[in-house]
Design a protein around this ligand. Sequence first.
Ligand code: ADP
Ligand code: ZN
Length: 297
Amino acid sequence: MTLYGGIEGGGTKFVCAVGTPGGKILAETRYPTTSPEETLARAVDFFRGEVQALGPLAAIGIASFGPLDPRPGSPSFGRILPTPKPGWTEADIVGPFRAAFGVPVGFDTDVNGAALGESRWGAGRGCDPALYLTVGTGVGGGALVNGKLLHGLLHPEMGHIRLPHDKTRDPFVGSCPFHGDCFEGLASGPAIERRWGQKAEALPPSHPAWDLEAEYIALALVSFICTLSPEKVIVGGGVAQQPQLLPLVRQKVGAILNGYIQSPAILNGLDSYIVPPALGDRAGVLGAIALAAQMPD
Ligand code: ADP
Ligand code: ZN
């Protein structure tokens, strides 16, 4: 049986799994992210053990926090780019797995991985383009276009677009160290916490924070819908776990687009157009397995 290794490399935890071409997970481990050396060695050890138990891996896929270089052939391919995360700048993520297993290693952002996983096995099945947006500690988006993840210069940075910011309604200056009040600076979990002085998960559903949050997410989605024309929009991440948020976002997307896009998905299907992820907390690692599965032999 063909087996793939998948790694979801998060800023706080790593998830490693062995899976089949159909996305069935046969073995899995989770542990906290520490130094690159220790964190990557733990993953190599896990896969060594599973190779003994289950058989060789055909390829490995890594969906990692960024910024990173996903362009095969580039001198910094497989590495983390300058990051405030101590010790991780220029860390070689791909190298240790190539050295240990001698198989092709796919490498992309965590959000691109989730976009691919949801497209193959989750809420985005059969939809192309498909857009995956995460609203959590950071805000980011990944898109599958014509069957492939969208890359370009490095990878899209959908969390850093500019949004209309009504400073009378929302005087908060924004939390992005680069741009202040970009989308992430206004709408990430830490931005909500700084604006309201409480963790996002502690704010009650009736709190005005949620209408404002929905407004920012809707404004951003309207930009992505108008540029990418996605057939499905999947919104994940910790902040999006608030059940009152997506209904508000759908309502505002409909209102802002104002009947202009003559597609049934927008005109009367927003409930099944803007949706939560279907793969839950396995989206990341399944995305990594999907990255491995698309590697050429
Ligand atoms: P990460 O982005 O680090 O991978 P998450 O997607 O879980 O992790 O995002 C964490 C952020 O989401 C934190 O800022 C946290 O306050 C916020 N968050 C987590 N759970 C919830 C929740 N149920 N409701 C609102 N915000 C949440
Ligand atoms: Zn920014």
